[in-house]
Design a protein around this ligand. Sequence first.
Ligand code: TMP
Ligand code: ASP
Length: 237
Amino acid sequence: MEKKEQLYEGKAKKVFATDDPDLLIVQYKDDATAFNGLKKGTIAGKGIINNQMSNRLMLLLEKQAIPTHFVRELNERETLVKKVRIVPLEVIVRNIAAGSFSKHYGVEEGVVFDKPTIEFSYKNDALGDPLLNFHHALALKVATYRELRTIERYAMRINGILQEFWAACGVTLVDFKMEFGRIADGSIVLADEISPDTCRLWDSNTHEKLDKDRFRRDLGGIEEAYAEIMRRLEEHL
Ligand code: TMP
Ligand code: ASP
């Protein structure tokens, strides 16, 4: 597979064209940002961990009939993926109150929900990724009714699969963010990444944070936390 011109550079990844119009190469960087890019830093080795973790988790999901963009890992930092037309939504599933949910609704971090909750944000940096509901998403024509229902259904199933997987690793999946896209035939697949950048992962016993909140909140021990969560994954996958 030949790597061709760079198409896009995001905050944490670069995307390259290939000689196949339906396939792209994503390259994971060590750069980290928070608060819509206001806070910048690097987390040494993050790109390698996020690439490998995301790929293994997507394979696990594929085995359970969740379609994803994953095709093949090329090297430590690069993966071949299906080209998608991204649905400009951040789809967030939460099992435990934390982060913006706690802030918006005045719920203490750590309160466990009876059932998972789901929310959408409009993926638009200029607007600061505002929250939006199903009807807003339809009004903005970001996706059709059927696509949104499919996305919700996949998101909840993905949550169940990942919750169970992480529980076996002694890790609680607090919440996480997904992005979905349409492949060439128009069907919806899970895209982007699933990594400690996009999930809140707490040690089940100590509740120690093993994710990007260590960077967002200046908690220190960031590289160690990423290495620890990767070690737990490798023990079980
Ligand atoms: P939040 O509580 O800040 O809304 O974050 C919810 C989840 O989404 C959390 O696991 C971190 C993840 N997330 C991203 O992946 N990208 C983002 O830009 C933000 C704000 C959160
Ligand atoms: N990636 C996001 C940004 O830079 C924020 C985050 O993950 O908290 O804005």
